[in-house]
Design a protein around this ligand. Sequence first.
Ligand code: MEV
Length: 389
Amino acid sequence: MTHPVAMVVASAPGKCILFGEHAVVYGEPAVAVAIDQRVTISIKTHQKPGATWKLEGVPFIAEKHPHLEGLRKRLWHLSEQTPSLDIAINSKLPSAAGLGSSAALSVAFSAALRAARGRRVDEKGWCEGFSSELKTDPYNEPRRGHEAGFIRNGGRRLLGKDAIDEDECAILAHAIEAEVQKGRASPIDSSTVSHGGCTLLSDDFEKGLDWRYSRQLSTPEGKRNWEVHDVPVPQDDVWLVIGNTGKYSPTGKMVERVASMLAAEPERMNEIITIGSIARRGADALKKGNMEAVGICMTENHLLLRGLGVSSPELENLVKAAANYSLGVKLTGSGGGGCMIALTREPKQTAEAIELAGGRSIVTSLGTSGVRIDDDENVPFWTPGVADS
Ligand code: MEV
């Protein structure tokens, strides 16, 4: 059997953490915004069905691409029926730089696969899928026959854009991040890039904010629970200028470094808790639209992160250069290299100061739109039966 060529293009934005990185892995609050720079992924069918996938024209090697492979296992069980894919990625985000490039890739890819396979629904709702509401478990290695999560017979099929769901993209991307980061990953990146806008994670329900869902994860240090909320982004003429040190720094390594430090010096958990209280104050300032106070909390947060040992001379250099033109400055993401951010009303001067200090600058607004299907043709790519879902 051959399939006609079909195609889906999906994209998701990167993110900047305003407050709370690292501490959020231990259940403390954190706030992040989606940024203008996106990862776009396109998937096309080969003429012949079968087990081979190609990435950028060369055979796909699962071990080299754990994010894509983790999603393939959950959404695209290889069989005689499933068409092979040609995958191409176009990213405007530097990788391993703290801007959520892997979460954006996972969210965009999960949306592309879901749009391409479609989703069965009936009068009760979804007949297949992963969501916290349906209590499907995307965190464990999927068993054969359960790759599509919850499965119920029957229903009609939603296709393309109509089949995707931000909660599903976020929960799948979080599961993959947890796999890649040895069990220690918060949902801050995955939820922010999937829903767009501004996300607050908290250990409690926050009054006056829209609550989205709860997330749980068993980490090597214990069970974590996060309440995920949507924060309205203040309409203010304020920008984020990102300064990239150009130094590659994988998140998993930095998260592990903090975990080892806390195991050796448990009293330093106080610093994690202090970051949490700064994040809470920062979130309140953001809710009130007080951007001056937001900036102050960002700078305080940076000092704590520096104390934790996750800054670097390159980051300090850019933070210092941008500080004169900004309401607040801090490293963003896991640190060790990667990027810093400046909240500013003078984006041009701030970007110039960063460039003069040797960094690469990117100017972005706060809180752009989340995952989306940019194009779809000839969906579904195939029609799975329940047995081969
Ligand atoms: C990485 O963008 C943010 C960290 O807090 C890790 C995580 O939350 O999983 C360092």
